[in-house]
Every structure is written in C-alpha cells, then in structure tokens.
Design a protein around this ligand. Structure first.
Ligand SMILES: C[S@@+](CC[C@H](N)C(=O)[O-])C[C@H]1O[C@@H](n2cnc3c(N)ncnc32)[C@H](O)[C@@H]1O
Length: 257
C-alpha cells in the first residue's frame, strides 16, 4: 500500500488531516500487515491516538489506551494559566486526570521541584497516568475520595478538566469521542456542571491559602461556574482564549490567604 493510497483511504473515510495521519501511521507501523490493520482501524473511525497508542499534548507524548479520553490541544490554555500562577515548588493536583497530561505539562514547564498528584475514577485512565507520570502519585477513585489526608490544605494548583458536556449534547459530539471514549469522560450531567459542583464544593479543603482551582468549561457555563466558586468562598475570575475559531474558557478560583 503506497502513501498516496493510504491518504486516499483516510480521506474517503472522512479524515480532514489525511496526509498527516498517513505519515504518522507509516512511521508507527512495524510491517505492512500492521500498517494495513492500523489504516483499517483509522478508516473505521477509531481516533488516531488510540490506533497508535499515544497522543501529543503541549509537546509531550502520552500513552493512551482504547476508551481513555484523548487530551485536547485546547486544554493547553489551562496549562498556560496554571504555569503563570505557579512556582517551581508548587504542589499540583490533577483531578479527573485522564492520561495525566495536564499535571505532566505543568510540571514540565514549572520544573522538577513540583510535587505532583493525580486522580481519576476510570481504572484504564489511572493505568495510563501511572505509565505516563514518573515521580508522581496517581490515585484511583471518585474525585477527592482517594486522596491522602496529608494533602489537605496544601494544594497550590488544583487542575480539573472534568467532563462538561451536557447529557443532551452528547449525541452531537463527533463519533470519535462518542463511540471511542468512555461516557464518564464526556458526560457532565444535565447542565454539564454536575462534576464541577462537587469539585468546587470540595476544593477549599484541599487548597493551600492563596491556592487556585482551575477548570475548563464552555462559554455558556462560565458565569455559573464562577458563581459556584464564589458560593464556595473562592475569588473567581475567567480567562478566555479566542485565538482559534473555538473559544476556550478557564475559570479560576483563588482561596483567600
Ligand atoms: C474530559 S476527561 C479529561 C481528562 C484529562 N483531564 C484531560 O484533560 O486530558 C474527564 C476525566 O474525568 C474522569 N472522571 C469522570 N468522573 C470522575 C469522578 N467522579 N472522579 C474522578 N474522575 C472522574 C474521567 O474518567 C476522565 O478521565
């Protein structure tokens, strides 16, 4: 199978980046049979990252198992905000960590002095995060439940890219997400903020004085998320990245000193 034939198959299957994807598949396949199998999976709609087993985020490669959420480049904006507010020995907690991309990217930028903790409910995500994160502790369980008590009141940066798609909008997601990522990674409940309500309510007990909670939400959810933070006693403000067609919104809540 030539590169041109692969491009043609991927394009016919609806890939917008067929040339780039063909180059990645060719580079990753060990032989012609594996290449054929990978092209067939991609043409059938499997996300490229799950076919090759890795995703790139903020210049770092992360192992991704089938079904686990593929980190989105838009979330690099949350990483930028955290880095701006952090320091070289920050205590960072990546809640709902998926493959661990956010915490790893923040530590790569702030330095090895960062103390990194991560947690997720999905055992497959936890397996990926444990493989991806060296010198970090990864916990498995519901939100704050699995965290050790010694972390209470010590977290400088609490990163939480929790699911925020309202249940009724799940059907409108691209099939790559809908059919290949676990529903718990996508479904944010009736208004998309079900997990955030619990994250925000729990955050003050884990944040250090002056520590920040950073969450990514949609533009429509930003005001509601900021008022939830204010109700929890956090000083909230919103940062917007509108450089691309899609606006990315990060709401930041600071625990008063
Ligand atoms: C939108 S994905 C984001 C993953 C990662 N933060 C990222 O940006 O790549 C949401 C993650 O939240 C996890 N999750 C969902 N409900 C959870 C809960 N109750 N407790 C902990 N993690 C949860 C999912 O398993 C999934 O990995």
């Amino acid at each position: 199978m030539t590169e041109a034939e692969i491009v043609q198959r991927l394009r016919a299957a609806g890939s917008v980046f067929a040339e780039r994807e063909a180059a990645v598949l060719i580079a990753e396949a060990h032989d012609a049979d594996q290449l054929e199998a990978m092209v067939a999976r991609r043409a059938a709609g499997d996300p490229l990252e799950q076919v090759v087993g890795w995703a790139e985020f903020d210049g770092i490669r992360f192992a991704v198992e089938p079904g686990v959420f593929v980190p989105r480049h838009r979330t690099e904006f949350l990483v930028q905000q955290a880095v701006r507010l952090g320091h070289p020995d920050s205590v960072v907690l990546d809640l709902c960590c998926g493959v661990g991309a956010l915490g790893a990217a923040v530590r790569a930028r702030l330095g090895a002095g960062v103390e990194l903790h991560a947690a997720d409910l999905d055992p497959a995500a936890v397996r990926c995060a444990r493989a991806n994160l060296r010198a970090a502790t990864v916990y498995e369980g519901d939100l704050f439940d699995p965290l050790p008590d010694e972390l209470r009141g010590r977290v400088d940066l609490l990163l939480a890219n929790a699911p925020y798609v309202p249940t009724s909008d799940i059907a409108m997601l691209p099939p790559e997400a809908r059919e290949h990522e676990h529903p718990i990674a996508l479904d944010g409940g009736a208004d998309g903020l079900e997990l955030h309500r619990r994250v925000i309510a729990g955050a003050p007990a884990w944040l250090a004085p002056g520590g920040r909670l950073l969450i990514e939400v949609s533009e429509e959810q930003a005001d509601a998320a900021a008022s939830l933070m204010a109700d929890a006693g956090l000083w909230a403000h919103t940062e917007l990245d509108d450089e691309d067609d899609d606006v990315t919104v990060v709401v930041i809540g600071r625990r008063p000193v």
